[in-house]
Design a protein around this ligand. Structure first.
Ligand code: FAD
Length: 359
């Protein structure tokens, strides 16, 4: 059977979360024809995520893996899309970290002697920078080069763009419908050079890649309406408080492993409120709650690459808790690997797990 050349695309990209969207943009920019297929009735972690990018995380103020490379690249990618799509999605905002005690203040301030850390901290951070609506009796420090990306808006506008050039299809995808041969990949009436699966948590059920060590983590956030807040600083102490307007914040997030479902729970709301109340000085009401599943991997690194048994099938997954910063950088690396024969970092290449496939 001869395939209709009009229905040929270079890549079938399954899933239009931040993984599939970033990869689609990168391949599109190199002149490749992609077809994105996505089922919007399925839950998506990218639609739940707060979208924060934060170079210094955790109680111990640890610098995010590859921050010096990932952050500038992500900022350039999102601001480039703002221009193309005509919307604001990248919101730069510092992160205020209240000190829990004098000991913590001393230990954090000592860490700022490290130039790798100090470049991400506003000099002379201290009591004078405490946002009016935050309890911080010991003062705090301000992390910079941080902010958040409006992922739902970015995904909606990207979908509209690819739809307008006939490169997006709203449809469920069943891997059993894929016909992969030596010459091409076929799905429905379409023919492709390769298929890349970007299904987030749902990839676990996919026969092609269910041998990869997915270690998903459920997370929940609250939406709150507050009295008018002074400033757009994100607050981070055990939880984050992200002002998306001067009276609306997202508060999160929880981490849980059982059950792995997309249901919100009262226990999570109570856990978040338990941390929110001592931090926030102004009154608030809860207006919503969302749950999602972070597609994490066993070693907490992305899972990117080509199937060990079939060079036409690939995956872009494992973005875990940091999809906003990981997706653009590794979509670029994957595109260069696919199209320019460049190296894919061993740390993210699924080759590191091939022994699980062959055992
Ligand atoms: C509560 C919470 C807070 C978070 N906060 C942050 C944050 O502040 N910053 C940050 O960087 N990251 C955050 N994350 C993590 C972030 O959400 C993920 O890293 C990222 O969204 C993963 O993107 P993805 O594209 O791999 O998966 P997803 O966003 O889940 O996308 C997968 C897509 O594939 C589609 N799909 C799947 N299967 C099929 C099928 N069979 N047929 C058709 N379509 C299919 C789905 O519809 C979906 O659109 C958070 C996550 C959670 C849960």
């Amino acid at each position: 059977m001869t395939a209709n050349p009009d229905k040929f695309y270079d890549y079938l990209i399954v899933g239009q979360g931040i993984a599939g969207t970033s990869l689609a943009w990168h391949l599109h920019e190199t002149g490749k024809r992609v077809l994105l297929v996505n089922d919007s009735s399925l839950p998506s972690s990218s639609k739940v995520a707060a979208g924060i990018f934060n170079p210094l995380t955790g109680k111990k103020l640890v610098k995010t893996w590859l921050a010096d490379d990932l952050f500038p690249y992500a900022q350039q990618f999102y601001s480039g899309l703002e221009e193309k799509l005509g919307v604001k999605v990248l919101h730069e905002a510092s992160i205020f970290r209240p000190f829990r005690s004098i000991e913590e203040q001393n230990s954090y301030l000592a860490q700022t002697a490290d130039p790798g850390i100090s470049k991400y901290i506003r000099p002379a951070s201290g009591q004078q920078n405490v946002p009016e609506h935050v309890h911080a009796p010991f003062g705090g420090m301000e992390v910079i080069r941080s902010g958040w990306v409006d992922l739902p808006l970015l995904l909606d506008k990207s979908r509209d763009y690819f739809q307008s050039i006939s490169q997006y299809i709203e449809s469920p995808f069943d891997a059993a419908d894929l016909v992969v041969s030596e010459d091409d990949v076929r799905w429905k009436d379409f023919r492709f050079d390769k298929v890349i699966l970007c299904q987030g948590f749902n990839a676990r059920d996919n026969d092609w890649f269910n041998w990869l060590p997915f270690t998903p983590v459920k997370g929940q956030i609250l939406e709150i309406e507050t009295e008018k807040l002074a400033g757009n600083q994100i607050v981070n102490q055990g939880i984050f408080i992200l002002p998306v307007s001067d009276t609306h914040c997202r508060v999160g997030a929880t981490y849980s492993w059982d059950p792995l479902d997309w249901e919100t729970t009262d226990a999570a709301a109570q856990e978040l409120e338990g941390k929110l109340k001592p931090l926030l000085k102004v009154s608030y009401i809860i207006t919503g709650q969302l749950a999602g599943i972070r597609p994490s991997s066993h070693d907490r690194r992305p899972m990117v690459g080509i199937h060990p048994g079939n060079p036409r099938v690939g995956i872009f997954n494992g973005l875990g808790t940091k999809g906003v910063t990981l997706a653009p950088f590794f979509a670029n690396q994957f595109t260069e690997y696919l199209e320019m024969d460049k190296e894919l970092s061993e740390t993210v290449n699924i080759k590191r797990y091939f022994s699980l496939y062959f055992r």
